[in-house]
Write a protein that binds this ligand. Sequence first.
Ligand SMILES: [Zn+2]
Ligand SMILES: [Zn+2]
Length: 236
Amino acid sequence: MGGWDLVVCGWGEYHDLRGLSRDLERAARDLGEMGMPIYSIVLIVAAVLAVAAATALKITTAKKHPAKVCAECGRPSAHGYSKTEGSGADEIVPLCVDCLMRRLDEDYSTYKGHAVVVQPVAELPCYVFRPRSDWSEAVRRDLDSILTGPSARCQSCGEQAQYAWVNALEPGPVAKLPKLGIRQTLLAGAGVHPVPLCAKCAVKRIGHSLSAQEGGYVEICGPRGNEDGVVSGMGY
Ligand SMILES: [Zn+2]
Ligand SMILES: [Zn+2]
């Protein structure tokens, strides 16, 4: 069975699909010359292709989701953390939930501005802060109207509020937020209002939302600098 030998021996070198199809053609021709029924050849070729496709898929999937450990404590990492939004892959640090929450606590507590914090929703890969100047006219207008007003107190603990929390349950409206603004997408319902929170209580709420979700975010970053802004899930 020269054809079989060819298929089996060549198997170890099937790293690239172009080479594979060339070898398959040759194998099929050999088998055909040996008088093997055409449907057998088709079946063999289909089986080999299926295995090759499964292997290729496994390789690409492994590249996309490498098993990562927390850069700080070595436990399994849940999310990627970066200092600023839109960081390169090499600037995103894998962190476990506990270490992430410590970093966010620091970021939210040292930030000098005021921000609207949209609840993190599953299915959007990033949860990041962007300063006011990076947003559209619609978001800037809503941001200003939400953040103005008397110096509010945190609804959870009574401390000075620095953040306005906006509930979000589905990714759809959050994905439309950059274009349509905050009010039209997330605050249109009757009796829906932003909740004033201090830094500690805002981070606690983020932690609750994250722990209720499966899967991890590719990139999470907290607010930075002194310009007002919005923290929101982003689809990119
Ligand atoms: Zn950790
Ligand atoms: Zn508070």
